[in-house]
Design a protein around this ligand. Structure first.
Ligand code: PMP
Length: 444
């Protein structure tokens, strides 16, 4: 009898992992897998067992693991905060470390948004608006602004004062006779109407992922979308909170994905990519303007947790982010992303199951359309694993690739060649009998 309560309580115990090395995972039974998922949850953005990060962790272990953020300062926290601001085009110049998870960071941004409005005299701003098909975490607060189907179960527990507008996805919702720019404008108009419905005096912030990530699969905003959204937010004194848990810290080919869109939000929150899986750590970026409101008001940020700015996590993250911020690193991510999408586009463009490939940097997805497409995704995923030892993430309506940024050109070519072969071969045999044989596996 195991004392471990697992998520999928009726499934067999998953295989035992013994080591991660770069892009590879090694199992106890001797098998090894090339990982195109970034540790299944897209966190392993620099691969495993990076010697420089390991060194920083060991060295910090010999000093101190953690001491409260407020009682003592730690030079590494200062250094990491300035590093995170050093290559940004946006105007955010303050970093607040908030704990371990992306969900925690989202909630912290929401709390700080409310607090800043409150201390500036706008005490009724308690509403938050988000978009359908978003994902921001699995705390009660973040579930209420997200749309992950299984979390719908917890709806009776959701807090009040939450509202949603449509998903922003030009592949699905742009009209045929509409330009990208017109579609963006229409989406921003919808936000404006929602703010007016609720009453601008009641709305604290609009929250969105820069590219709609984990659920719909890496959909970049259409032209000028964030510019129009910024204008609406400014007009009604509504904060713009940007979620870069999925697409932050270099994965998009820029340190901040929102820098592709040339606007400055009020908050950006970061999670999994900040510590790249070496440690749980999350943070929000905000501005001196928000800090000044608190300085001239209560003088303290009310939100605090035991492990915010955890010293060991900060040391590890500093190692991860030093690599990501090193000269030429994100430019390479961008270049590799272009190669990645072009291989997929060229290989699939005439295929009847193919709808599109999209993404930024090394956050990419292929959308498909066929009978039982969710099962088709699982079938190709299973074949990639069993026949080629490559882990991918195919489910719902798309294949998502969220591999580590250290992937080489040769590895991109090799793994995508295998993917295209599996995809086409499976498609040539795909019928309802084959679909029935696929056992639905849930990984996350
Ligand atoms: N936002 C986005 C866009 C995410 O992809 C995720 C995690 N997949 C989260 C927030 C939540 O992060 P965490 O699971 O660390 O709470």
């Amino acid at each position: 009898m195991s004392n471990l309560l697992r998520t999928f309580v009726n499934e067999p115990i998953p295989p035992k992992i013994i080591k991660g090395e770069g892009m590879w995972l090694h199992l106890e039974d001797g098998k090894k897998y090339f990982d195109m998922t970034g540790g299944f949850t897209a966190h392993a953005v620099i691969g495993w067992n990076n010697k420089e990060v390991n060194k920083r962790i060991s060295s910090q272990l010999n000093k101190i693991t953690h001491i409260d953020y407020k009682a003592f300062s730690d030079e590494n926290r200062e250094t990491l905060a300035s590093l995170l601001c050093s290559k940004a085009d946006h105007q955010l110049d303050k970093v607040f470390f908030c704990g371990g998870s992306g969900g925690e960071a989202c909630e912290t941004a929401m709390h700080l948004s409310y607090q800043a409005h409150f201390e500036a005299g706008d005490k009724e701003k308690t509403w938050f608006i988000s978009r359908n098909q978003s994902y921001h975490g699995a705390t009660t607060e973040t579930m209420s602004i997200g749309d992950r189907p299984n979390l719908e179960f917890y709806r009776p527990l959701y807090p009040l004062n939450r509202a949603k507008i449509s998903e922003h996805n030009k592949y699905r919702h742009k009209f045929d006779n509409e330009s990208d720019d017109e579609y963006s404008k229409r989406c921003a108009d919808e936000l404006e109407h929602k703010i007016l419905d609720i009453g601008p005096e009641n709305v604290s912030a609009f929250i969105g992922e820069t590219i709609m990530g984990g659920l719909v699969g890496d959909v970049p905003p259409s032209e000028n979308y964030w510019k129009y959204i910024r204008v609406v937010c400014d007009k009604y004194n509504v904060h713009l909170i940007i979620d870069e848990v999925w697409c932050g810290t270099g994965t998009s080919g820029k340190i901040y994905c929102i820098d592709w869109d040339q606007i400055s939000p009020d908050f950006i929150f970061l999670g999994k990519t900040l510590g790249a899986g070496y440690v749980p750590i999350s943070a929000i970026l905000t501005s001196s303007k928000i800090e000044n409101i608190i300085k001239n008001g209560s003088g303290r940020i009310e939100n605090s947790t035991t492990f915010q700015g955890h010293s060991l996590a900060i040391a590890a993250s500093l190692g991860v982010q030093s690599l990501i911020h090193s000269d030429g690193f994100v430019e390479e991510v961008n270049r590799k992303g272009i190669l990645f999408r072009s291989i997929l586009q060229d290989g699939l463009q005439d295929h009847e199951f193919f709808k599109n490939v999209r993404g930024r940097g090394l956050r990419n997805s292929v959308e498909i359309s066929c009978e039982n497409e969710h099962l088709f995704g699982l079938a190709v995923t299973e074949r990639m694993k069993n026949e080629h030892g490559i882990l991918i993430n195919g489910k719902w309506h798309r294949f998502t690739f969220s591999n580590a940024m250290i992937i080489s050109d040769q590895e991109i070519q090799w793994s995508l060649d295998k993917f295209l072969t599996c995809f086409k071969d499976e498609a040539s045999k795909w019928n309802s009998d084959r679909a029935k044989q696929i056992k639905e596996k849930q990984f996350f």
